[in-house]
Design a protein around this ligand. Structure first.
Ligand code: LMR
Length: 395
């Protein structure tokens, strides 16, 4: 029975990350996977995480299952982090959430709830979007439409195209939005543009599903959530998938949440009951370790302060790298790379063809996705000159 199953190609992101790891060229540059790396090329553990972890290890007396909805302090902490404690939807008691295995788990639970409410519902996704959105949501049974988003010529958002396409979204449709730090392009909506999307959702009746995997890596924790907070203040219902992978560095601990804004308190509670049944079908209970750490950080003033200040430093480093990379690439190639400085978060499309991205890999051991998406946080003082000269050579 099983021998009929063929070997499948490696995941386009994880497969390239593995190829980069296996490359023994000492000059190799790995800009594939979206993880924050420091100047030493290490994905570091936050000081607050180390402290919270030590305290938890000292206190822990049991490894019994978590309740299916997850760690209570984590759930309320995440609602307040994403929406802000005084958000009208929270004050009205219309917000509920469940802990999920990473941002992916958060997306999956959101998709299960959408499918339960409207089997096979149409989800509008940006062109391009994170490639994993499609199998993650599509395997639940949802269907897709695409809206224009990134415009390669301007390296920015084609907002007129986006609005024109979303004019066709109707009641019962879902529009998947990147809360901030768009993956893969780094081009974000302005607050005025979020306002237009909110007005369209209200008038046309579509529901936003916001993936906020990078809160705090763009302009800051509050600014990065401003767009989705605006939607949540205006619209009767929406779903948010949140993650602590990037902003707390808890990647391998699979720490995320699905947050529901329901029309009423009762509806918000009903959505959690639905989410628990959906989770039980797949993984039963969420993992504990990361959520216990994150919940502790979110609920403790000193740990919270330490975490926030380290996150601000990380973000500052990424933005500094954007400036340096622009300068180095412009000096090496004589071309305009000003767009790199305008984007948010970890990612940028360098604007190379797939052939050029492959040549960079094969001839220079510089690894980026075939779309020329780079993880800016993978650049450092040691590799930036080599990277810029390699890119100039293939241009
Ligand atoms: C990425 O886009 O590189 C990250 O979100 C990691 C992943 O799982 O793809």
């Amino acid at each position: 029975m099983l021998e009929q199953l063929e070997r499948l190609p490696a995941d386009p992101i994880l497969g390239l990350a593995a190829a980069a790891r296996a490359d023994d060229n000492p000059d190799k540059v790995d800009l594939t996977l979206g993880i924050y790396m420091n100047e030493e090329g290490v994905c570091p553990v936050f000081r607050a995480v180390t402290e919270a972890q030590a305290a938890l290890a000292a206190e822990e007396v049991s490894k019994a299952y978590l309740p299916p909805e997850g760690v209570a302090g984590f759930n309320t902490g995440m609602q307040e982090l994403v929406l802000s404690a005084d958000h009208p939807a929270l004050v009205d008691g219309r917000v509920s959430s469940v802990q999920a295995p990473g941002g992916c788990g958060g997306l999956r639970i959101g998709a299960e709830i959408i499918h339960a409410a409207s089997p096979g519902a149409r989800v509008w996704v940006s062109d391009p979007t994170w490639p994993v959105h499609l199998p993650l949501l599509g395997s639940v049974g949802l269907s897709f439409e695409t809206y224009r988003y990134y415009e390669p010529a301007s390296h920015g958002v084609n907002f007129d195209g986006m609005v024109e396409d979303l004019r066709q979204a109707r009641s019962g449709d879902v529009v998947l939005l990147h809360g901030c730090c768009h993956n893969p392009c780094g081009a974000d909506l302005s607050l005025a543009q979020w306002q237009v999307i909110a007005e369209m959702a209200e008038a046309q009746g579509f529901m936003p599903f916001v993936d906020i995997a990078y809160q705090g890596l763009g302009d800051g924790l509050e600014q990065d959530a401003a767009g989705l907070r605006l939607l949540a203040a205006r619209l009767p219902e929406m779903i948010v998938a949140a993650s602590c992978s990037k902003n707390m560095g808890l990647y391998r601990e699979r720490t995320g949440a699905t947050i529901f804004i329901g029309r009423t308190r009762d509806n918000a509670e009903a959505l959690v009951s639905q989410a628990l049944v959906a989770a039980r079908r797949v993984y039963s209970m969420p993992p504990a370790h990361g959520a216990l750490i994150a919940g502790r950080i979110l609920g403790d003033a000193a740990l919270g302060e330490s975490w926030r200040s380290e996150l601000v430093d990380m973000c500052g480093r990424i933005n500094g790298l954007r400036t340096s990379l622009r300068e180095k690439l412009e000096a090496a190639s004589g071309r305009d790379f000003a767009f790199i400085e305008k984007e948010k978060g970890m990612f940028s499309f360098l604007g190379l063809s797939a052939e050029q991205a492959i040549r960079l890999r094969e001839e220079h051991s510089v690894y980026m996705l075939n779309s020329s998406r780079i993880n800016v946080a993978g650049v450092n003082a040691r590799n930036i000159d080599y990277l810029a000269s390699a890119v100039a050579k293939v241009l």
